[in-house]
Design a protein around this ligand. Structure first.
Ligand SMILES: Nc1ncnc2c1ncn2[C@@H]1O[C@H](COP(=O)(O)OP(=O)(O)O)[C@@H](O)[C@H]1O
Ligand SMILES: [Mg+2]
Length: 338
């Protein structure tokens, strides 16, 4: 294993993807632990490399400016020998597919919360002109059991020329591709909505909407077949959620949600009517017993953020009551008993 990439000291390997290896590393300058995605440029000719670098740095300027709680932060990028690298926030959590496997009793409400967080990060990136192009469970991380972050925003674009040059074919699984990606037509933010529709479908039903023995069969289905209605596979799924999934998985981009905000709004409306939802009918979160990620600023939120459990809260209230009684008695003695 390599020991350094630029100034970064490699600690261990975190995982491997189509582009190369992701390492856990230490930045000695800032005394910070980061994740580094290393991209091998070894097999490129000089002009291919120059072409690739121009695209890499151009796209990185835009991606590096993204700053959102549901998106992994990019810290830095550089080159070391024949390796280009991207240093980013280290996420210590579970990839979505592992999180779902480890929590088989996750409610529909919790699954919608995950989709909402992904769509919220997506809406922000799309507003900044960045399309992900590779939304899939291994790019969605769940931290602390409830906070979702999306990795690799814009990376697919930064690296697509490289993959094409090195292999000449589409690399990676087509399972989360949109019809326009399969057909090599122009893609836009609505391709991400399609991919998130597949992730949502898989979370809700435990199955992929388009699946086959080989890549060609999957791609054929993505372009030509209509998915089975989710509620037929899981009767707990409300009809409104069937409609949301259908709005994501429309074959033509014009027939889908036109932006991720629309999808977030529909998912929120759907959550409000679910039995045992952590959202009340007004869309506010219910806190006690909930372990959801928090967005607003109420006292209940403060209690939740500071992980104040019910028994601690009772102690605080009893202490406050005791102090109030003591104060009242003191005032009574001073003014009334004379
Ligand atoms: N910022 C990160 N923090 C922690 N682990 C990461 C980070 N980025 C990627 N990983 C891990 O490295 C693995 C490989 O990542 P990647 O090369 O993006 O491939 P893919 O997304 O196709 O799985 C991922 O499966 C993930 O578990
Ligand atoms: Mg990834």
């Amino acid at each position: 294993m390599i020991t350094h990439l630029g100034r970064y000291e490699i600690i261990s390997e975190l995982g491997r993807g189509a582009m190369g290896i992701v390492y856990k590393a230490r930045d000695p300058l800032i005394e910070r632990i980061v994740a580094i995605k290393a991209i091998n440029l070894q097999n490129l000719t000089q002009s291919e490399k120059a072409d690739y670098e121009a695209r890499f740095y151009q796209e990185a300027k835009v991606v590096g400016r993204l700053n959102h709680p549901n998106i992994v932060t990019i810290h830095d990028l550089g080159e070391s020998g024949d390796v280009a690298y991207i240093a980013m926030e280290l996420m210590e959590g579970s990839e979505l597919q592992n999180f779902i496997a480890d929590n088989p009793n996750l409610s529909i409400d919790d699954k919608l919360d995950i989709a909402i967080q992904v769509a919220t990060g997506m809406a922000y990136a799309h507003q900044h002109g960045i399309v992900h192009r590779d939304i899939k469970p291994s790019n969605i991380m769940v931290l602390n059991g409830n906070h979702v972050k999306v990795a690799d925003f814009g990376i697919a674009k930064m690296t697509s020329s490289l993959l094409h040059t090195q292999t000449g074919v589409i690399v990676g699984s087509p399972l989360y591709m949109s019809p326009e990606q399969v057909l090599n037509l122009p893609t836009d933010s609505r391709s991400d909505i399609f991919a998130l529709g597949i992730v949502l479908y898989q979370m809700l039903t435990g199955r992929l909407p388009f699946y086959g023995d080989n890549a060609n069969s999957v791609m054929y289905q993505i372009v030509n077949e209509v998915q089975q209605t989710p509620s037929l596979l899981n009767p707990d799924i409300p009809a409104s959620l069937d409609i949301i999934v259908a709005n994501c998985l429309a074959k033509k981009p014009d027939d889908r949600y036109q932006n991720a905000h629309e999808m977030v709004n529909d998912l929120l409306s759907c959550r409000k009517i679910l039995p045992n939802s952590k959202l009340d009918i007004n869309g506010n979160r219910r806190y006690f017993g909930s372990n959801n990620f928090i967005y607003d600023n109420s006292i209940a939120n403060w209690i939740h953020i500071n992980k104040i459990s019910n028994w601690k809260l009772i102690c605080i209230l009893m202490l406050a009551g005791f102090m109030f009684t003591t104060l009242y008695e003191m005032i009574e003695q001073l003014y009334f008993d004379k």
